[in-house]
Design a protein around this ligand. Structure first.
Ligand code: KIV
Ligand code: NA
Length: 276
């Protein structure tokens, strides 16, 4: 179906078809994700790790995000383009409005995502009221890696699951059009998915959510510094890429590349004139 996906159409697909979401970070990955039929393409701050090579997501800036969102927007025609709000870019309502506005007006995103539950209700309300659809994100929120002491699953106790449910209900109440649930037990994901009327999009939350999201580089085998349990790798493009480039080096060194068909020739009469 060629109809563009919108935040309201995603919200309306609760209990409908599963929502397919994938990250992308530039024109070519955006094109590929869109061509594959993705409903939502997220320019995640995971780009700090998989594209920029940082240890975690904390060091990517709003300007860097905008640079990547703009490139991705040129490749994404049908999917809903969502931009992650980076660490500390939404710690006040004013900052959230300023930086969220930039991701939309300068970056070309159609919605933003921000991490947090009860704590970011004022930001979600303000952005929504300003006309910016918000995707919320609770559970393992990687921007809190220092506080969590690592990338650890969340919501594994009764108490933690109750807090998670409160977070999910709070972001719904605040106006979020959907919510990402990251690295939580499937039982907690089920409870939350049944308790709220906006779609849940899981990553490491089992098969009970209204949609799924994964990181492009994880799915295609382009990033193997570590692979979480919840990833399914559908290709080995990193390995294939190395093999292809090794062959290129061999061919250059042996003179087999470039071949005749890769070579530009001058018209015969021209070359005769040069020799005169
Ligand atoms: O940054 C990211 O890639 C994300 C998704 C994994 C949800 O936040
Ligand atoms: Na993110």
């Amino acid at each position: 179906t060629g109809k563009p996906v919108t935040a309201p159409s995603v919200q309306a697909s609760k209990n409908g078809d599963k929502i397919c979401c994938m990250t992308a970070y530039d024109y070519s990955s955006g094109l590929i994700a869109d061509a594959a039929g993705m409903d939502v393409v997220l320019v995640g701050d995971s780009l700090a790790m998989v594209v920029l090579g940082h240890e975690d997501t904390l060091s990517v800036t709003v300007d860097e995000m905008i640079h990547h969102v703009r490139a991705t927007s040129r490749g994404v025609k049908r999917a809903l383009l969502v931009a992650d709000m980076p660490f500390m870019s939404f710690c006040t309502v004013d900052k959230a409005l300023h930086n969220g506005g930039r991701l939309i007006s300068e970056g070309g995103a159609r919605a933003v995502k921000l991490e947090g539950g009860v704590a970011v209700v004022p930001q979600i309300e303000a952005l929504t009221q300003a006309g910016i659809p918000v995707m919320a994100h609770v559970g393992l929120t990687p921007q809190h890696v220092a506080r969590f002491g690592g990338f650890k699953a969340q919501g594994k106790s009764a108490e933690a699951t109750k807090a998670l449910l409160e977070d999910a209900q709070a972001v719904e109440e605040a106006g979020a059009f959907c919510v990402v649930l990251e690295a939580i037990p499937v039982e907690a994901a089920q409870l939350i998915t049944e308790a709220i009327d906006i779609p849940t999009i899981g990553i490491g939350a089992g098969n009970v959510t209204d949609g799924q999201v994964l990181v492009y580089h994880d799915v295609l085998g382009l990033f193997d510094r570590f692979t979480p349990k919840f990833v399914r790798q559908y290709a080995s493009q990193g390995e294939e890429g190395i093999k292809a480039l090794e062959q290129y080096c061999k061919d250059v060194r042996s003179g087999w590349f470039p071949a005749e068909k890769n070579t530009i020739y001058m018209p015969d009469d021209q070359m005769e004139q040069v020799r005169k």
